[in-house]
Design a protein around this ligand. Structure first.
Ligand code: SF4
Length: 334
């Protein structure tokens, strides 16, 4: 295990410089593939990182080579001191990005601009209002759409995320792509992933191949492969002459773990070295006990599994016993 340099490296030689921080487990939506029907048990505030603890831990990760921080949730913007946390983090030498459901974006747009936040991912699983309301169990469709337009009017780099599920929204792939025709949005189609409580069943999932087959059937030779960025989770494409792009994130059928550079800090201050890892290290308690958490972080990263938290085969990945040991998606932040 290397402890000399300020980089976070695992035993497979992957360098980790991208930290996703979940600010809260609370959300103002109830998306059926993320949040268990009955919601999740909300825990006492004392179990969660305070504003200053978020900054203290983030600073330690930056000292260990983190170059990019993405804020997630639940829904990060529902946290009362989210504005202050964004302002504090914007003082660090990192690229700051946000993943949001878009509902509160209009109340944060000034802060985003003042803090140099340029990249915003917004979840939008349907372009049909009624269906959106069914998926999210809330009716914020027009608010989300108008906030996406607001982001684009202000030249933010907007990525839209849709989890593609058979019988739910797999018939909207062309509509999603047409949404990127005259506006520079990047629509990403995410394979349905297993988490605690989301009743995952791959027969409802749409694989990379199935999605591409549908898109190909409609656009044929007008589909152009565009270069994927280093460490990219998505396979990116553009339709000829379209302003926007689309991409597929295929953790189920085509995982991209070889180049993984991502770590997660949960809202209750635990480090997860993989979205699917069941083992976490409690940094918050150690921090509160005035311990140096640097070695805890290094050890956790070093112990990272090659792929999907050790669920390498599809059989492992499909084993509900393993999923149920992980958290609900809302308590990880994707
Ligand atoms: S499944 Fe885990 S190891 Fe693979 S890309 Fe995602 S976070 Fe990284």
């Amino acid at each position: 295990m290397t402890s000399a340099t300020n980089i976070l490296i695992d035993k497979f030689g992957r360098v980790h410089n991208y930290l996703r921080i979940s600010l809260t487990e609370r959300c103002n939506l109830r998306c059926n593939y993320c949040m268990p029907e009955e919601g999740i048990v909300l825990r006492p505030r004392a179990e969660f990182m305070t504003r200053s603890e978020v900054i203290q831990i983030a600073k330690i990760f930056v000292a260990l080579g983190v170059k990019k921080i993405r804020l997630t949730g639940g829904e990060p913007l529902v946290r009362k001191d989210a504005k202050e946390i964004i302002e504090d983090l914007s003082q660090l030498p990192v690229e700051l990005a946000i993943t949001t459901n878009g509902i509160l974006v209009d109340t944060f747009i000034e802060t985003f601009m003042a803090c140099g936040v340029k990249s915003i991912n917004v979840s939008l699983d349907s372009l049909k209002e009624e269906r959106f309301n069914t998926i999210t169990r809330r009716n914020y469709f027009s608010k989300v759409i108008s906030n996406i337009r607001l982001l684009m009017q202000n030249n933010f780099h907007v990525k839209l995320n849709a989890v593609i599920i058979k019988g739910m929204n797999d018939d909207e792939l062309v509509d999603f792509i047409e949404f990127s025709k005259d506006q520079p949005v990047h629509y990403r189609f995410i394979e349905f992933m297993p988490f605690n409580g989301n009743k995952w069943d791959w027969s409802k999932g749409c694989s990379y191949d199935e999605v591409m087959a549908d898109i190909h059937a409609h656009y044929g030779n007008n589909i152009m492969k565009i270069e994927d960025a280093k460490n990219d989770t998505a396979k990116n494409y553009r339709i000829k002459n379209y302003k926007g792009t689309f991409a597929i994130i295929s953790s189920v059928t085509n995982p991209f773990c070889d180049t993984c550079n991502r770590l997660r800090l949960t809202a209750d201050g635990k480090i997860k070295n993989c979205l699917f890892s069941n083992s976490e290290t409690d940094l918050l308690t150690a921090l509160r006990n005035r311990m140096d958490i640097t070695q805890l972080i290094r050890n956790n990263v070093w112990d990272k599994k090659a792929s999907r938290g050790g669920m390498t085969t599809f059989e492992d990945y499909s084993n509900p016993t393993l999923h149920e040991q992980n958290r609900a998606m809302v308590a990880i932040g994707g």
